[in-house]
Ligand binder design. Sequence first.
Ligand code: SF4
Length: 294
Amino acid sequence: MEQTTKAKKKILIAEHSGFCYGVKMAVDKAFDLAETSSRPVYVLGELIHNPQVIEKLHEKNVKTVKSVEEIPPGSACLIRTHGVDPEHIDKAQTKDISVSDATCPDVRRVQERAMALAHEGYTVIVVGKEEHPEIVGIMAHSRCIEGANIVAVNSPDELESALQGYSKSRVGIVSQTTQKEETFFQVVAEVAKFAREMKVYNTICPATFKRQTAAEKLAHEVDLMVVIGGKNSSNTTHLAEVCREIGTPAIHIETVAELTGHSDLEAAETIGVTAGASTPDWLVQDVLHYLESL
Ligand code: SF4
């Protein structure tokens, strides 16, 4: 854990925070493609969940689109870190679109695990938000396996309705890479009450695990946590939740502007700072400079 020295308040930075290797790889790839391409580069869905980075990419002619239909034939297309439905890639290739894949290797591993479980005949449960792009991609990959049964749940309470009509006897479980460990373990424990056979892969990625563990450790030592990252970022939202769950208040912000004049800052003598896996260093530095000026 790092401590800034210029501040009047004690400011501690979590040991693991900010860009993970998967996000860094994807962002570097996008800037490289933009540099070498004379035409816009298209990304199917937001490359990462950070609006400020998406805006910078947009300035470099990297455009976010919702469907392959929006991409002109012969263009370059980049696949987001969360992965996509493989049908989109097939469709792009029929339009002579050159596809570069920035799916994080850890997300790819979950897709492969879920497909293997479906292939082995398990009813597959993905612990994550059904509408999250990573889950959409994982489920779409698994459905390529004939006879696959796959559902998503984001808490043990959702199991009963999600599994209606599916066999509960042989159950395979994987997790969204950015899921909270506690939630994953709760779902596994609940399934163990009814399944006769279970195959479980804890596919929470190491980057998420390290960020959550470091944030929780730091939250024990401070009066207030500042968590920086996209409001649409699951892993950042979970960082704030992890801090609040141990009783430390946490302010989730995207940029320093949201901190200005924030009433909670005044009373806090020790402030911890962490950032989600899709938060660039320049946003973190802006926040640290502000906290140092208090
Ligand atoms: S948070 Fe994990 S899965 Fe997501 S891009 Fe980073 S390393 Fe990959």
